[in-house]
Design a protein around this ligand. Structure first.
Ligand code: SF4
Length: 263
């Protein structure tokens, strides 16, 4: 794995993403290496290395909250996973959280790692906090598409531990990969441990990303390949529409709040 330290001016960056005011990305790159990751199509710091094979560690002059920030929202992380394996060694995310634990920022963390449990005592001190896990695959499928991340079954165990500790939690069922993701099974597994759920479709933003994804499908899912491509290329326009209706009915039946679902 390639890694270096890079200087960054502030740990908080203004954003318009998902209704948040600021994001915090303590790393550049992500060794979870998800095949479908959108960040890899934007991040260009290591043109010679493949996504998942490098991670740069940001170094900040300080972790003071900018003046006038008050109770704005801060999202960890939009372009990396702040609890990817290198965090075990650097503790970059932990140090940032410790420095802002007494603030009134509305903090939201989204991860695919159970390493977050290491910081449970810090998390419990934060006044406005919610933790989400991205889960959209079985353990078997995740070991193909999300090779470097914690297995989904262990993410669910971490989710339970956080909820039991009194922390607000949610699950982001995304990306829903047609004919592979089973959102109903995931809902069943997480419904008693979350405050709400969110859903999104698979969105491969560029051709390079698409080509890699297709390669994996051909190799591991030859029988579903054509069906999946039809949905992704909008030949089958009803798949996601029907699924959305079914998901809404199922969440309704289970008294589970949906905070976001794709259109
Ligand atoms: S965990 Fe998130 S940032 Fe990291 S590779 Fe996967 S999708 Fe990308």
């Amino acid at each position: 794995m390639n890694s270096k330290t890079v200087k960054a001016s502030s740990f908080m960056t203004k954003t318009k993403l998902g209704g948040n005011d600021f994001t915090c990305n303590p790393y550049i790159g992500c060794t979870h290496g998800c095949v479908y990751c959108y960040a890899k199509t934007i991040e260009r710091n290591h043109p010679q290395s493949s996504w998942g094979e490098y991670v740069d560690i940001k170094q900040y002059p300080n972790t003071s909250i900018p003046k006038g920030t008050g109770s704005k929202s801060l999202f960890f992380s939009s372009m990396t996973d702040c609890y990817q394996p290198i965090e075990k060694v650097t503790e970059s995310t932990k140090k940032i959280l410790e420095s802002i634990q007494d603030s009134v920022l509305h903090i939201s963390i989204l991860t695919k790692s159970d390493l977050i449990l290491r910081d449970i005592e810090v998390l419990k001190k934060i006044m406005y906090l919610e933790v989400g896990f991205s889960i959209s695959l079985s353990d078997k499928d995740a070991s193909i598409f999300e090779k470097g991340a914690t297995l989904p079954s262990n993410r669910i165990k971490a989710l339970k531990a956080l909820k039991t500790a009194g922390i607000s939690t949610h699950v982001f069922i995304s990306p829903i990969i047609p004919f592979i993701t089973n959102p109903f099974k995931i809902i069943d597994e997480v419904k008693n441990h979350v405050d709400y759920v969110m859903f999104d479709t698979l969105n491969l933003s560029n051709d390079e990303n698409k080509a890699r994804f297709y390669e994996i499908l051909k190799l591991y899912y030859p029988e579903q390949f054509t069906k999946i491509i039809h949905v992704m290329n909008h030949v089958d326009i009803l798949y996601y529409k029907k699924l959305k209706k079914d998901i809404e009915s199922y969440c309704d039946l289970n008294h589970l709040l949906i905070k976001y679902i794709y259109r």
